[in-house]
Design a protein around this ligand. Structure first.
Ligand code: ADP
Ligand code: MG
Length: 256
């Protein structure tokens, strides 16, 4: 019997931030081809999970394991994690004055290509590829020339992140509140871009505290995170139960 290696396998993941325990033993397994959603109230630890996986400074794993494609993430630098195919879209994208969006994207793309043993793209080739992908997301050339994220609206930042994601072609994309700040048209566009990424090899972890995004991206599995623990897991309709009854009522029912 062939047992597939899970894409992401978290066991008893315990994460501390500034001496405060935020994640209190999270178990989560995502196989290639699967889309999982994490929902939960504000302050539950959803973003902390994303940051710990990405290896952000200050997020200390005190117990447990986080295997990604068979490797322990803790043994990899944040850059190595990206090169290995982990992508985190952040809830609050950073602004970098003085660095054009185009240069930022090409640099990110080339560092990942290099790490994956691919040829780096020169300026014209990079520009061509970035423009092609930007078109899918209705991102104007003018935006690409501006400093990254500076003065961008919430929705523009999110679309730019989606662009970064389709350029980097990650094996596992973690999308943290990708729906926040998007109007309905942008939401549909970003959702269809995300759906376009779904395939047999790739996994997605969608973090959201509304069911809205999940109307467009139907997950295979939904987990409710509350106070640093997954308190319930279920199929896609769990999102509708949450929307109708609230977190407290649904989280207190036992997992079927
Ligand atoms: P969520 O994304 O589910 O809303 P977060 O992961 O952002 O939750 O936050 C989890 C908990 O960590 C919250 O109680 C929050 O107040 C706390 N927290 C977040 N950032 C910091 C920080 N820099 N220092 C201390 N506590 C923090
Ligand atoms: Mg958050």
């Amino acid at each position: 019997m062939i047992v597939a290696t899970p894409l992401l396998d978290l066991k008893n993941l315990t994460v501390q931030l500034n001496d405060k325990v935020i994640l209190k033993g999270v178990d989560l397994c995502i196989n290639a081809g699967e889309v999982h959603a994490i929902m939960g109230p504000n302050g539950a630890g959803k973003s902390t999970l994303g940051y710990a996986l990405a290896g952000r400074d200050g997020y200390t794993v005190t117990h447990g394991q986080m295997h990604f494609k068979g490797d322990e993430l803790l043994s990899l630098t944040p850059e190595e994690r990206v090169a290995k195919g982990l992508f985190l879209s952040m809830q609050y994208p950073v602004e970098i004055p003085g660095v054009s969006t185009l240069l930022f994207l090409r640099t990110a793309l080339n560092s990942v290509r290099k790490a994956r043993g691919l040829e780096e793209l020169d300026a014209p080739a990079g520009l061509k590829l970035i423009r092609e992908k930007a078109k899918i997301l209705n991102i104007d050339d003018a935006y690409l020339k501006r400093p990254i994220n500076v003065g961008f609206s919430g929705g523009e930042k999110k679309r730019l992140e989606a662009l970064q994601m389709i350029l980097l072609e990650p094996s596992l994309a973690i999308l943290d509140e990708t729906d926040s700040g998007l109007d309905i048209d942008a939401l549909k566009l970003v959702a269809s871009t995300i759906n376009g990424l779904r395939n047999q090899e790739r996994g997605l972890l969608v973090i959201t505290h509304y069911q809205r995004l999940l109307d467009y991206i139907t997950p295979d599995r939904i987990h409710i995170l509350a106070e640093g623990k997954i308190v319930r897991s279920g199929a896609a309709d769990l999102a509708h139960q949450l929307e109708a009854h609230g977190y407290n009522a649904v989280a207190s029912e036992t997992t079927p």
